[in-house]
Design a protein around this ligand. Structure first.
Ligand code: PMP
Length: 431
C-alpha cells in the first residue's frame, strides 16, 4: 500500500506541535497503520513482529475486546455515581484473582493515576509521609509519580530525590557478589531496613515492581520482599506492589508478580494490560485501608470504572482465561529463556538473560563489565529493520526488553532469537 501520510509530514507536525521530550522509537520511526494480535503493519505494507508491547496482553485489536467495547459504547457510558451491572460483574471477576482480604477496588484511567492514588491512600491510612522506593524504579508521570520514581527524578533536568523519598539499592543479583539463593535478598533487605530506619521521618509505604522494568527487567533477589515486607509493617507502613507491567498472567507461573516471592501486598497497583490498550488503571486494597481513605474527601474519577471500561476489562480477563494465555506465556517464555541462554553461550556480550514468562531482559555487557549501550541500540534498530520490535532500558540503556502480547508463540521466539544471533554475529566490534 502506498502511504497517504508521508513520514516527513508526520515528523514535521510532531516538531511543530509537540515537545522535544515526546520521544519516538527507533532511528527510522515507523508510520503504524494497523495491528492484529502479535503483529503490526505499517502504512508501507510491512509486517512487524511485536516483541515489545506489553499492554496488548491478549493481542492487538483482539476481536473479543473490540466487540465488547463497541457494544458497551453503543448502549451506555456513564460513571460510578450510578448503578450498573458491568461494574459489579467486572469487579467480582477481578477479585477472583486476589486473596479474599484484598476486596476493595478503585478504578482510574492509567498506571500513573493508580500509583499516585496508592501513595495517597497509604499516607492517609498511616498518617505518615516517608515512601521507600527502589533505585531505577518508575511508577508514573504525575507530580506524585515522579516523586517516587528514581528513574525520573534522577534524570536530566529533574530536581533530584525529594526529602520524603528513601531510595533503596536495587536488589539485583547479576553483577553482585551474591547468588540468588536467598543470600543476596537477605543482604539487600538488611541494607534497606537500615537505610529506612536511619532516614528522617516515619514510613508510610514501600512501593516496588516485582520485576523492575525500567531498571532493565530486574527480578528482585529471592528473600528480599519476604524480609522487607514484615519490617515495613512493623514500622507502621504499608507494602505496595506495582503490577502495571508484570501483572495479568504475563509471568506465566503466576498471575501477579508479587506471587513469585510468596508475599501479599496491602495495596496493588494495576494498569497497562488491564484494558488491552483501552486506558484503565486500578488500585486494589484491604477493607481497613479503604476505610481510612473513606474518611477523607469523596473519591471520584470521571472515567474510572465506566461501563465501557468495565466491558473491555472483563473481555480481557475472559480472553486470558479462555485462550490459556498465562500458560502460553509460561511455555513460550521458558522456551525463549532457554534459547536466549544458549545464545549467551555463543555471544560473550550477553552477560545476563533474566525474567519470567514473557517478561524478559537481555543485558549486553563487555567481559570487563562495561555496559554495551551502543551495541544495544544497534541491535534494537537492526531488529526493527528486520521487522521485529523490541526496546532497550536500564540505567545504561544496555538491556533489551522483551514483553510481547501473550499470543507470542515458539515460531515467533525462534525468529527473534535467530535475528538477534545474526545481528550480534555481524556487530561484534561495537561498544
Ligand atoms: N508503573 C509502572 C511500573 C510503569 O511501567 C508505568 C508506565 N510505564 C506506570 C506505572 C505508569 O503507567 P501509565 O503510563 O499508564 O500512566
Amino acid at each position: 500500500r502506498v502511504s497517504k501520510t508521508p513520514v516527513t509530514r508526520l515528523l514535521d507536525n510532531r516538531k511543530a506541535h509537540f515537545g522535544k521530550n515526546l520521544s519516538l522509537s527507533y532511528r527510522d520511526p515507523i508510520p503504524m497503520d494497523r495491528a492484529a494480535f502479535q503483529y503490526m503493519y505499517d502504512s508501507r505494507g510491512n509486517t512487524f513482529l511485536d516483541a515489545y508491547n506489553n499492554i496488548m496482553i491478549v493481542g492487538h485489536c483482539h476481536p473479543r475486546v473490540v466487540q465488547a467495547g463497541r457494544k458497551a459504547m453503543a448502549k451506555l457510558n456513564t460513571n460510578t455515581r450510578y448503578l450498573y451491572e458491568s461494574l459489579e460483574t467486572y469487579s467480582t471477576t477481578l477479585f477472583k484473582k486476589f486473596p479474599p482480604h484484598l476486596n476493595k477496588v478503585y478504578f482510574v484511567n492509567s498506571g500513573s493515576e493508580a500509583s499516585d492514588l496508592a501513595i495517597r491512600m497509604a499516607k492517609y491510612h498511616t498518617g505518615k509521609d516517608k515512601v521507600a522506593v527502589l533505585e531505577d524504579g518508575y511508577h508514573g508521570h504525575t507530580q506524585g509519580g515522579i516523586q517516587i520514581s528514581a528513574y525520573k527524578y534522577h534524570s536530566k533536568g529533574s530536581s533530584g530525590r525529594p526529602d520524603s523519598t528513601v531510595e533503596l539499592a536495587l536488589p539485583k543479583v547479576f553483577g553482585s557478589p551474591w547468588k540468588d539463593d536467598g543470600s543476596a535478598g537477605v543482604h539487600y533487605a538488611r541494607e534497606a531496613i537500615e537505610h529506612i530506619t536511619k532516614s528522617k521521618g516515619e514510613i508510610a509505604a514501600f512501593i516496588a515492581e516485582p520485576i523492575v522494568g525500567c531498571g532493565g527487567q530486574v527480578p528482585l533477589a529471592k528473600g528480599y520482599l519476604e524480609a522487607l515486607y514484615p519490617e515495613i509493617r512493623s514500622q507502621g507502613g504499608v507494602c505496595i506492589s506495582d503490577e502495571v507491567q508484570v501483572g495479568f498472567g504475563r509471568l506465566g507461573d503466576v498471575f501477579w508478580g508479587h506471587e513469585l516471592y510468596g508475599v501479599v501486598p496491602d495495596i496493588v497497583v494495576l494498569g497497562k494490560p488491564m484494558g488491552n490498550g483501552h486506558p484503565m488503571g486500578a488500585v486494589v486494597t484491604t477493607t481497613e485501608i479503604a476505610e481510612s481513605f473513606g474518611r477523607g474527601p469523596e473519591f471520584f474519577s470521571s472515567f474510572g470504572g465506566n461501563p465501557v471500561s468495565c466491558a473491555i476489562g472483563l473481555a480481557v480477563l475472559e480472553v486470558l482465561e479462555e485462550e490459556g494465555l498465562q500458560e502460553q506465556a509460561r511455555l513460550t517464555g521458558t522456551y525463549l529463556l532457554t534459547s536466549l541462554n544458549d545464545l549467551a553461550k555463543k555471544h560473550e556480550v550477553i552477560g545476563d538473560v533474566r525474567g519470567h514468562g514473557l517478561f524478559l531482559g537481555i543485558e549486553l555487557i563487555s567481559p570487563q563489565g562495561q555496559p554495551k549501550t551502543q551495541l544495544a541500540a544497534v541491535l534494537k534498530n537492526a531488529l526493527r529493520d528486520q521487522f521485529v520490535l523490541v526496546s532497550t532500558d536500564g540505567p545504561f540503556d544496555n538491556v533489551i526488553k522483551i514483553k510481547p502480547p501473550l499470543r507470542f508463540n515458539k515460531e515467533n521466539a525462534d525468529e527473534l532469537v535467530l535475528k538477534i544471533d545474526a545481528i550480534l554475529s555481524q556487530n561484534m566490534v561495537i561498544k
